[in-house]
Design a protein around this ligand. Structure first.
Ligand code: 1CP
Length: 346
Protein backbone atom coordinates (compact mmCIF):
# COMPACT_ATOMS: atom_id res chain seq x y z
CA UNK A 1 0.00 0.00 0.00
CA UNK A 2 2.62 2.53 1.14
CA UNK A 3 5.57 0.50 -0.16
CA UNK A 4 6.99 3.46 -2.04
CA UNK A 5 7.57 5.26 1.27
CA UNK A 6 9.78 2.54 2.73
CA UNK A 7 13.26 4.08 2.91
CA UNK A 8 15.10 0.79 2.26
CA UNK A 9 13.11 0.24 -0.95
CA UNK A 10 13.64 3.85 -1.97
CA UNK A 11 17.43 3.47 -1.79
CA UNK A 12 17.24 0.18 -3.70
CA UNK A 13 15.39 2.04 -6.47
CA UNK A 14 18.10 4.70 -6.47
CA UNK A 15 15.99 7.42 -4.80
CA UNK A 16 17.24 9.50 -1.86
CA UNK A 17 15.31 8.81 1.36
CA UNK A 18 14.74 11.45 4.05
CA UNK A 19 17.26 9.70 6.29
CA UNK A 20 19.66 6.79 5.91
CA UNK A 21 17.83 3.50 6.57
CA UNK A 22 19.44 0.79 8.68
CA UNK A 23 19.07 -2.95 9.22
CA UNK A 24 21.68 -5.50 10.32
CA UNK A 25 22.64 -8.90 8.99
CA UNK A 26 21.79 -11.52 11.66
CA UNK A 27 19.73 -8.93 13.50
CA UNK A 28 17.72 -11.82 14.94
CA UNK A 29 19.55 -14.45 16.95
CA UNK A 30 21.64 -15.40 19.90
CA UNK A 31 22.49 -11.94 21.27
CA UNK A 32 18.78 -11.39 22.06
CA UNK A 33 17.45 -12.96 25.28
CA UNK A 34 13.97 -13.30 23.75
CA UNK A 35 15.52 -15.37 20.92
CA UNK A 36 17.35 -17.62 23.39
CA UNK A 37 14.10 -18.21 25.25
CA UNK A 38 12.29 -19.42 22.12
CA UNK A 39 15.36 -21.36 21.01
CA UNK A 40 15.28 -23.26 24.30
CA UNK A 41 11.59 -23.98 23.92
CA UNK A 42 12.04 -25.26 20.34
CA UNK A 43 15.09 -27.34 21.28
CA UNK A 44 16.31 -27.39 17.71
CA UNK A 45 17.25 -24.66 15.25
CA UNK A 46 15.57 -26.30 12.23
CA UNK A 47 12.26 -26.53 14.07
CA UNK A 48 12.56 -22.82 14.85
CA UNK A 49 12.99 -22.04 11.15
CA UNK A 50 10.15 -24.34 10.07
CA UNK A 51 7.52 -23.29 12.61
CA UNK A 52 5.92 -20.11 11.21
CA UNK A 53 4.61 -19.01 14.59
CA UNK A 54 8.15 -19.02 16.05
CA UNK A 55 10.04 -17.90 12.95
CA UNK A 56 7.75 -14.91 12.45
CA UNK A 57 8.07 -13.92 16.08
CA UNK A 58 11.87 -14.12 15.86
CA UNK A 59 11.90 -12.09 12.63
CA UNK A 60 9.94 -9.36 14.43
CA UNK A 61 11.92 -9.40 17.72
CA UNK A 62 14.65 -6.96 16.58
CA UNK A 63 12.06 -4.78 14.80
CA UNK A 64 10.06 -4.34 18.01
CA UNK A 65 13.16 -3.58 20.04
CA UNK A 66 15.09 -1.28 17.73
CA UNK A 67 12.77 0.12 15.04
CA UNK A 68 14.97 -1.08 12.19
CA UNK A 69 13.99 -0.14 8.63
CA UNK A 70 13.87 -3.71 7.34
CA UNK A 71 12.99 -7.11 8.70
CA UNK A 72 14.88 -10.07 7.25
CA UNK A 73 13.08 -13.37 7.12
CA UNK A 74 14.29 -15.71 9.87
CA UNK A 75 15.44 -18.86 8.05
CA UNK A 76 18.78 -20.24 6.85
CA UNK A 77 20.61 -20.60 3.55
CA UNK A 78 20.85 -24.36 4.17
CA UNK A 79 17.08 -24.89 3.90
CA UNK A 80 17.56 -25.13 0.11
CA UNK A 81 19.80 -28.23 0.33
CA UNK A 82 17.36 -29.62 2.91
CA UNK A 83 14.47 -29.19 0.44
CA UNK A 84 16.64 -30.82 -2.25
CA UNK A 85 16.72 -33.94 -0.08
CA UNK A 86 20.08 -33.51 1.70
CA UNK A 87 20.25 -34.63 5.30
CA UNK A 88 20.84 -31.53 7.45
CA UNK A 89 21.43 -31.17 11.18
CA UNK A 90 22.29 -28.20 13.36
CA UNK A 91 24.35 -29.60 16.20
CA UNK A 92 24.58 -27.72 19.48
CA UNK A 93 27.84 -25.75 19.61
CA UNK A 94 28.95 -27.14 16.26
CA UNK A 95 26.81 -25.44 13.63
CA UNK A 96 25.34 -27.04 10.54
CA UNK A 97 26.31 -30.49 9.28
CA UNK A 98 25.12 -31.81 5.90
CA UNK A 99 25.45 -35.20 4.28
CA UNK A 100 28.09 -34.33 1.63
CA UNK A 101 27.26 -34.89 -2.04
CA UNK A 102 30.10 -36.96 -3.43
CA UNK A 103 29.34 -37.94 -7.01
CA UNK A 104 27.10 -37.51 -10.02
CA UNK A 105 24.64 -40.07 -8.78
CA UNK A 106 24.03 -38.02 -5.62
CA UNK A 107 23.54 -34.85 -7.67
CA UNK A 108 21.08 -36.62 -10.02
CA UNK A 109 18.93 -37.51 -7.03
CA UNK A 110 18.53 -33.90 -5.85
CA UNK A 111 14.99 -32.67 -6.43
CA UNK A 112 13.58 -29.49 -4.90
CA UNK A 113 10.51 -30.36 -2.85
CA UNK A 114 8.67 -27.08 -2.36
CA UNK A 115 6.42 -28.69 0.27
CA UNK A 116 9.39 -28.70 2.64
CA UNK A 117 9.79 -24.93 2.54
CA UNK A 118 6.08 -24.03 2.71
CA UNK A 119 6.51 -22.98 6.38
CA UNK A 120 9.07 -20.37 5.26
CA UNK A 121 6.53 -18.74 2.94
CA UNK A 122 3.91 -18.88 5.69
CA UNK A 123 6.37 -17.05 7.97
CA UNK A 124 6.63 -14.27 5.37
CA UNK A 125 2.84 -13.93 5.20
CA UNK A 126 2.66 -13.64 8.98
CA UNK A 127 5.48 -11.11 9.28
CA UNK A 128 4.11 -8.99 6.47
CA UNK A 129 0.76 -8.62 8.19
CA UNK A 130 2.44 -7.22 11.31
CA UNK A 131 5.04 -4.86 9.90
CA UNK A 132 4.79 -1.11 10.23
CA UNK A 133 4.20 0.52 6.86
CA UNK A 134 7.73 1.97 6.70
CA UNK A 135 9.51 -1.32 7.35
CA UNK A 136 10.57 -3.42 4.37
CA UNK A 137 10.56 -7.21 4.36
CA UNK A 138 13.66 -8.84 2.90
CA UNK A 139 13.72 -12.47 1.74
CA UNK A 140 16.97 -14.28 1.01
CA UNK A 141 18.85 -17.32 -0.14
CA UNK A 142 22.47 -18.42 -0.26
CA UNK A 143 24.25 -17.96 -3.57
CA UNK A 144 24.73 -21.17 -5.58
CA UNK A 145 28.51 -21.17 -4.98
CA UNK A 146 28.26 -20.74 -1.19
CA UNK A 147 25.52 -23.36 -0.83
CA UNK A 148 27.53 -25.74 -3.06
CA UNK A 149 30.50 -25.28 -0.69
CA UNK A 150 28.44 -26.56 2.25
CA UNK A 151 26.92 -29.38 0.15
CA UNK A 152 30.32 -30.63 -1.04
CA UNK A 153 32.24 -30.35 2.24
CA UNK A 154 29.34 -30.98 4.64
CA UNK A 155 30.44 -28.18 7.00
CA UNK A 156 32.82 -25.21 7.14
CA UNK A 157 35.47 -26.69 9.41
CA UNK A 158 37.90 -27.72 6.68
CA UNK A 159 37.81 -24.35 4.91
CA UNK A 160 35.95 -26.01 2.01
CA UNK A 161 38.97 -27.90 0.68
CA UNK A 162 36.76 -30.36 -1.22
CA UNK A 163 34.74 -27.61 -2.89
CA UNK A 164 37.97 -25.92 -3.97
CA UNK A 165 39.23 -29.26 -5.32
CA UNK A 166 36.02 -29.58 -7.38
CA UNK A 167 36.77 -26.16 -8.92
CA UNK A 168 40.18 -27.41 -10.03
CA UNK A 169 39.40 -31.04 -10.84
CA UNK A 170 35.68 -31.62 -11.35
CA UNK A 171 34.22 -28.57 -13.11
CA UNK A 172 31.56 -30.57 -14.97
CA UNK A 173 30.25 -32.05 -11.74
CA UNK A 174 30.36 -28.67 -10.00
CA UNK A 175 28.50 -27.17 -12.97
CA UNK A 176 25.74 -29.71 -12.58
CA UNK A 177 25.40 -29.01 -8.84
CA UNK A 178 25.42 -25.23 -9.40
CA UNK A 179 22.75 -25.52 -12.12
CA UNK A 180 20.58 -27.53 -9.72
CA UNK A 181 21.02 -24.82 -7.08
CA UNK A 182 20.14 -22.01 -9.51
CA UNK A 183 16.88 -23.82 -10.35
CA UNK A 184 16.02 -24.53 -6.70
CA UNK A 185 16.86 -20.98 -5.57
CA UNK A 186 14.73 -19.57 -8.37
CA UNK A 187 11.66 -21.46 -7.12
CA UNK A 188 12.45 -20.64 -3.49
CA UNK A 189 12.88 -16.88 -4.10
CA UNK A 190 9.87 -16.57 -6.40
CA UNK A 191 7.76 -18.22 -3.70
CA UNK A 192 9.14 -15.77 -1.13
CA UNK A 193 8.12 -12.86 -3.37
CA UNK A 194 4.66 -14.32 -3.92
CA UNK A 195 4.28 -14.58 -0.13
CA UNK A 196 5.22 -10.92 0.38
CA UNK A 197 9.00 -10.42 0.31
CA UNK A 198 9.68 -6.92 -1.07
CA UNK A 199 13.42 -7.22 -1.68
CA UNK A 200 15.90 -10.09 -1.73
CA UNK A 201 19.46 -10.61 -0.58
CA UNK A 202 21.76 -13.26 -2.05
CA UNK A 203 24.40 -14.26 0.52
CA UNK A 204 27.63 -15.40 -1.11
CA UNK A 205 29.57 -15.72 2.13
CA UNK A 206 32.38 -17.77 0.58
CA UNK A 207 32.78 -15.80 -2.67
CA UNK A 208 36.27 -14.83 -1.45
CA UNK A 209 37.53 -18.41 -1.71
CA UNK A 210 37.93 -18.18 -5.50
CA UNK A 211 39.21 -15.52 -7.88
CA UNK A 212 39.84 -14.67 -11.51
CA UNK A 213 38.12 -16.89 -14.06
CA UNK A 214 36.89 -19.22 -11.31
CA UNK A 215 35.16 -16.28 -9.63
CA UNK A 216 33.56 -15.34 -12.96
CA UNK A 217 32.36 -18.86 -13.63
CA UNK A 218 31.14 -19.90 -10.19
CA UNK A 219 30.16 -16.63 -8.50
CA UNK A 220 29.23 -14.13 -11.20
CA UNK A 221 27.63 -16.35 -13.84
CA UNK A 222 25.28 -18.38 -11.61
CA UNK A 223 24.28 -15.21 -9.74
CA UNK A 224 23.53 -13.43 -13.02
CA UNK A 225 21.44 -16.40 -14.17
CA UNK A 226 19.49 -16.47 -10.89
CA UNK A 227 18.91 -12.70 -10.93
CA UNK A 228 17.78 -12.84 -14.58
CA UNK A 229 15.26 -15.56 -13.84
CA UNK A 230 13.85 -13.71 -10.82
CA UNK A 231 13.66 -10.46 -12.79
CA UNK A 232 11.85 -12.22 -15.66
CA UNK A 233 8.94 -12.90 -13.31
CA UNK A 234 9.33 -10.05 -10.85
CA UNK A 235 11.10 -7.15 -12.54
CA UNK A 236 10.33 -4.70 -9.73
CA UNK A 237 11.70 -6.68 -6.80
CA UNK A 238 15.18 -5.35 -5.97
CA UNK A 239 18.02 -7.80 -5.33
CA UNK A 240 21.00 -7.09 -3.05
CA UNK A 241 24.18 -9.11 -3.69
CA UNK A 242 26.74 -9.91 -0.98
CA UNK A 243 29.91 -11.48 -2.44
CA UNK A 244 31.71 -11.47 0.89
CA UNK A 245 35.47 -11.03 0.81
CA UNK A 246 35.69 -10.82 -2.95
CA UNK A 247 38.66 -8.59 -3.73
CA UNK A 248 38.05 -5.02 -4.95
CA UNK A 249 38.04 -6.05 -8.61
CA UNK A 250 35.77 -8.99 -7.79
CA UNK A 251 33.22 -6.63 -6.24
CA UNK A 252 33.47 -4.33 -9.24
CA UNK A 253 32.96 -7.14 -11.74
CA UNK A 254 30.09 -8.51 -9.66
CA UNK A 255 28.25 -5.19 -9.51
CA UNK A 256 28.75 -4.59 -13.25
CA UNK A 257 27.79 -8.06 -14.47
CA UNK A 258 25.31 -9.84 -12.18
CA UNK A 259 22.31 -7.51 -12.57
CA UNK A 260 21.88 -6.99 -8.81
CA UNK A 261 20.30 -3.67 -7.79
CA UNK A 262 22.60 -3.02 -4.84
CA UNK A 263 25.76 -4.38 -3.27
CA UNK A 264 26.37 -5.28 0.36
CA UNK A 265 30.03 -4.62 1.16
CA UNK A 266 31.99 -6.54 3.79
CA UNK A 267 34.05 -5.26 6.69
CA UNK A 268 37.34 -5.51 4.77
CA UNK A 269 36.20 -3.30 1.87
CA UNK A 270 37.91 0.09 1.83
CA UNK A 271 35.50 3.03 2.07
CA UNK A 272 37.58 4.94 -0.44
CA UNK A 273 37.44 2.20 -3.09
CA UNK A 274 33.73 1.61 -2.44
CA UNK A 275 32.89 5.30 -2.79
CA UNK A 276 34.93 5.82 -5.97
CA UNK A 277 34.51 2.54 -7.83
CA UNK A 278 31.29 0.92 -6.59
CA UNK A 279 28.81 3.52 -5.39
CA UNK A 280 28.69 5.32 -8.78
CA UNK A 281 27.44 2.03 -10.29
CA UNK A 282 24.78 0.93 -7.73
CA UNK A 283 23.65 1.81 -4.17
CA UNK A 284 25.69 0.19 -1.42
CA UNK A 285 24.83 -1.42 1.90
CA UNK A 286 27.26 -1.83 4.79
CA UNK A 287 29.83 -2.07 6.30
CA UNK A 288 30.44 -1.48 10.04
CA UNK A 289 32.68 -4.13 11.59
CA UNK A 290 30.50 -6.35 13.86
CA UNK A 291 33.32 -6.25 16.48
CA UNK A 292 32.96 -2.45 16.69
CA UNK A 293 29.28 -2.98 17.48
CA UNK A 294 30.41 -5.22 20.34
CA UNK A 295 32.62 -2.36 21.65
CA UNK A 296 29.91 0.30 21.34
CA UNK A 297 30.34 3.86 22.67
CA UNK A 298 32.26 6.57 20.85
CA UNK A 299 34.39 4.07 18.92
CA UNK A 300 31.19 2.77 17.36
CA UNK A 301 29.69 6.22 16.75
CA UNK A 302 32.86 7.53 15.13
CA UNK A 303 33.11 4.52 12.85
CA UNK A 304 29.41 4.80 11.94
CA UNK A 305 29.77 8.56 11.24
CA UNK A 306 32.67 7.86 8.90
CA UNK A 307 30.57 5.39 6.90
CA UNK A 308 27.56 7.74 6.84
CA UNK A 309 29.68 10.69 5.71
CA UNK A 310 31.41 8.62 3.05
CA UNK A 311 28.24 7.42 1.34
CA UNK A 312 25.65 10.11 2.07
CA UNK A 313 21.92 9.33 2.32
CA UNK A 314 21.67 7.15 -0.81
CA UNK A 315 22.93 4.20 1.20
CA UNK A 316 21.64 1.44 3.47
CA UNK A 317 23.52 1.30 6.75
CA UNK A 318 24.42 -2.26 7.79
CA UNK A 319 27.29 -4.31 9.16
CA UNK A 320 30.04 -5.88 7.05
CA UNK A 321 28.95 -9.32 8.31
CA UNK A 322 26.44 -10.66 10.84
CA UNK A 323 25.79 -9.53 14.44
CA UNK A 324 27.85 -11.79 16.72
CA UNK A 325 26.30 -13.51 19.79
CA UNK A 326 28.34 -11.49 22.33
CA UNK A 327 26.88 -8.17 21.10
CA UNK A 328 25.13 -6.17 23.86
CA UNK A 329 21.58 -5.38 22.62
CA UNK A 330 21.95 -1.81 24.05
CA UNK A 331 24.69 -1.16 21.51
CA UNK A 332 22.35 -2.08 18.68
CA UNK A 333 19.74 0.33 20.06
CA UNK A 334 22.39 3.06 20.27
CA UNK A 335 23.59 2.42 16.73
CA UNK A 336 20.11 2.50 15.20
CA UNK A 337 19.30 5.77 17.00
CA UNK A 338 22.62 7.24 15.95
CA UNK A 339 22.01 6.43 12.26
CA UNK A 340 18.43 7.69 12.39
CA UNK A 341 19.38 10.98 14.05
CA UNK A 342 22.48 11.60 11.97
CA UNK A 343 22.50 14.87 10.05
CA UNK A 344 24.75 15.29 7.06
CA UNK A 345 26.93 18.39 6.96
CA UNK A 346 25.24 21.02 4.76
O1 1CP B 1 20.69 -20.50 17.49
C1 1CP B 1 21.57 -20.95 16.74
O2 1CP B 1 22.48 -21.68 17.12
C2 1CP B 1 21.46 -20.68 15.28
C3 1CP B 1 22.43 -19.70 14.73
C4 1CP B 1 21.89 -19.35 13.35
C5 1CP B 1 21.04 -18.28 13.04
C6 1CP B 1 20.47 -17.25 13.99
C7 1CP B 1 22.10 -20.08 12.16
C8 1CP B 1 22.87 -21.32 11.99
N1 1CP B 1 21.41 -19.46 11.13
C9 1CP B 1 20.75 -18.35 11.64
C10 1CP B 1 19.83 -17.47 10.89
C11 1CP B 1 20.26 -16.93 9.59
N2 1CP B 1 21.24 -17.44 8.78
C12 1CP B 1 19.69 -15.81 8.96
C13 1CP B 1 18.45 -15.11 9.53
C14 1CP B 1 18.16 -13.76 9.37
C15 1CP B 1 19.03 -12.72 10.05
O3 1CP B 1 20.02 -12.29 9.42
O4 1CP B 1 18.67 -12.26 11.15
C16 1CP B 1 20.40 -15.60 7.76
C17 1CP B 1 20.22 -14.50 6.74
C18 1CP B 1 21.36 -16.64 7.66
C19 1CP B 1 22.25 -16.82 6.52
C20 1CP B 1 23.37 -17.80 6.61
N3 1CP B 1 23.38 -19.06 7.18
C21 1CP B 1 24.62 -17.58 6.00
C22 1CP B 1 24.96 -16.38 5.17
C23 1CP B 1 25.37 -15.20 5.98
C24 1CP B 1 26.66 -15.34 6.78
O5 1CP B 1 26.57 -15.30 8.00
O6 1CP B 1 27.72 -15.47 6.13
C25 1CP B 1 25.42 -18.73 6.26
C26 1CP B 1 26.85 -18.94 5.82
C27 1CP B 1 24.63 -19.65 7.00
C28 1CP B 1 25.01 -21.01 7.45
C29 1CP B 1 24.90 -21.11 8.93
N4 1CP B 1 23.71 -21.26 9.60
C30 1CP B 1 23.92 -21.25 10.95
C31 1CP B 1 25.33 -21.05 11.15
C32 1CP B 1 25.99 -21.00 12.50
C33 1CP B 1 25.92 -20.94 9.88
C34 1CP B 1 27.39 -20.70 9.59
C35 1CP B 1 28.10 -22.00 9.75
C36 1CP B 1 29.55 -22.02 9.39
O7 1CP B 1 29.92 -21.65 8.27
O8 1CP B 1 30.33 -22.48 10.23
Amino acid sequence: MYETEKPVLKVLRGEKPDRTPVWLMRQAGRYLPEYMELRKKAGNFLDLCLTPEWASDITLQPIRRFGLDAAILFADILLVPMALGVKLEFREGEGPVLQPVENENAIDKLLFDNEKTLPVYETIVRVKSELHRNTALIGFCGAPWTVACYMIDGNSKTGFTKAKAWVAEKPALLGKLIATLVGASEIYLNEQIDAGAEALQIFDSWAGLIEGKDFTRWVIEPTRELVNRIKAKHPHIPVIGFPREAANEGYRDYILKTGVDALSIDTAMSLDYAKKQLQPVKPLQGNLNPQILVKGGDTMKNAAAKILNTFGPLHIFNLGHGVVPETPPEHVAELVDFVHNFTFPA
